[in-house]
Design a protein around this ligand. Structure first.
Ligand code: ATP
Length: 443
């Protein structure tokens, strides 16, 4: 039997440890929709927290927003999504499965499912927006869309945010939220799904300064991925050629990651010019210009957008962290997640169930939780098994309460990656962990 691929191993680890489950699994699943389990939801929250901290809390020129998923359908006419948010679709004449026409196998004329050659019909354009109805009547007038990106919520609220927060250009609006795309060919675990979450910044600048800001954000966003501990050699920029540029973009760069299935887009950085604000001004009939009273001018700002998927960042964090190694002749599987991303920060193991050790371990576990340090208590099984479970969960520090603890009050802290152990007084452990997490999150 062939050795399972890294993606297969990761998918099964993710299920076994409670990171990610198939949606509605007991009914056979739903096409490319995934649920985040107890560890997955923590990892996802940590990714969002790191983004929000860097993009909003550590800056004075970015404001947060949480716009609704449902918007007036005119928004999607103005944005160009009703007419233009399409992918070319072809159908196999043999098995009737449908695919994106730009998939490499399909371009070569072969059906990825049944293998038949040259039976595809002419490509037709398929709109990726999910449509539904608002209110009790299912008619054309009540059609509404699930948003395919969070960006439009930031554009239509541009003046609300600017005036209420008293911001001056240049400034940005940041959002984290769900988006939906009826992808023709989803797949590769959580890489391409139909329901996903985005972290998007719309940065409004004076025309003429947009190229400079574009370069600034390209570099800032690459730095952010590196600050999560992602390996530098696995990240690169890809510039969109004229045939790849979206209808709204003057210039676009992707940040790509090298997955086991190839280099793929992780984040997009786009110079959207004044396209979106201009279109909303035209379609709504409301002026959306910025008034610079001091300089006595008014203008429609240009927008530099940075758009990254939460789920794709989670996938990159998992793939990049997944490690198999041999320690003293035994195989060890671990997730070398940055401690700030790790779902559990610490695990507490009483070595034996006597001499008051379980009580000391209990107290330490309670102390950790009372400081909101997600932790795990494990008194079951051999110490080796307890370590192995935490290595697979990516827990950076395992704390052992042992014979010496009852003598001098110290415990050992084992580092997940180096396996080095240090002795620290049990009382000092929560502070020791908090210090390390704070140092990492301030980068
Ligand atoms: P792709 O070319 O991979 O379809 P895109 O260029 O359409 O992506 P954008 O519209 O720029 O993507 O969206 C911004 C980000 O949102 C992407 O970089 C990606 O991280 C995330 N994203 C987009 N579509 C999906 C999806 N179907 N599943 C998961 N994440 C997605």
């Amino acid at each position: 039997m062939a050795e399972p691929s890294v993606m297969d191993k990761l998918t099964s680890l993710a299920k076994r440890r409670g990171f990610i489950f198939q949606s509605s699994e007991i009914y056979g699943g739903t096409g490319s929709v995934w649920d985040y389990g107890p560890l997955g939801v923590e990892l996802k929250r940590n990714v969002k927290e790191r983004w929000w901290s860097t993009m909003v809390h550590q800056r004075d020129d970015v404001e947060g927003l949480d716009a609704a998923i449902l918007m007036n359908p005119k928004v999607w006419e103005a944005s160009g999504h009703v007419d233009g948010f399409t992918d070319p679709l072809v159908e196999c004449g043999n098995c009737n499965r449908r695919f994106r026409a730009d998939l490499p196998e399909v371009e070569g004329g072969q059906c990825p499912t049944c293998g038949t050659k040259d039976t595809f019909g002419e490509p037709r354009l398929f709109n990726l927006m999910f449509k539904t109805f608002m209110g009790p009547v299912e008619e054309d007038a009540s059609v509404i869309y699930l948003r395919p990106e969070t960006a439009q919520g930031s554009y239509v609220n541009f003046l609300n945010v600017q005036t209420s927060a008293r911001q001056k250009i240049p400034f940005g609006i940041a959002q984290i939220g769900k988006a939906f795309r009826n992808e023709i060919t989803p797949g590769n675990f959580i890489f391409r799904t139909r329901e996903f979450e985005q972290m998007e910044l719309q940065f409004f600048v004076e025309p003429g300064t947009d190229d400079e800001w574009f370069d600034y954000w390209m570099n800032a966003r690459m730095e952010w991925h590196l600050s999560l501990g992602i390996r530098k050699e696995k990240l690169r920029f890809h510039e969109h050629g004229p045939d790849e540029l979206a209808h709204y973009a003057k210039k676009a760069f992707d940040i790509e990651y090298e997955h086991p299935f190839g280099w793929t887009e992780l984040e997009g950085i786009h110079n959207r010019t004044d396209f979106d604000l201009g279109r909303h001004q035209e379609f709504s009939g409301k002026r959306l210009e910025y008034i610079d009273a001091a300089a006595g001018k008014r203008f429609l700002p240009y927008v530099v957008e940075t758009a990254v998927g939460v789920d794709r960042t989670v996938l990159v964090a998992l793939v990049d962290a997944y490690t198999e190694e041999e320690v003293k002749g035994e195989e060890r599987v671990l997730l070398k997640l940055a401690p700030s991303l790790a779902p559990l920060k610490a695990a507490v193991f009483p070595l034996v169930k006597k001499d008051g050790l379980p009580e000391i371990a209990d107290k330490l576990y309670t102390d950790l939780r009372s400081r909101s340090i997600p932790s795990f208590y494990d008194a079951a099984g051999s110490i080796g098994r307890r370590y192995r479970r935490q290595d697979e969960a990516g827990t950076p520090w395992c704390i052992t309460v042992d014979g010496q603890t009852s003598e001098d009050g110290t415990v050992t802290i084992r580092d997940r990656d180096t396996l080095e152990q240090v002795r620290v007084s049990a009382e000092a452990v929560p502070g020791w962990i908090q210090e390390r997490l704070a140092a990492e999150s301030s980068t």
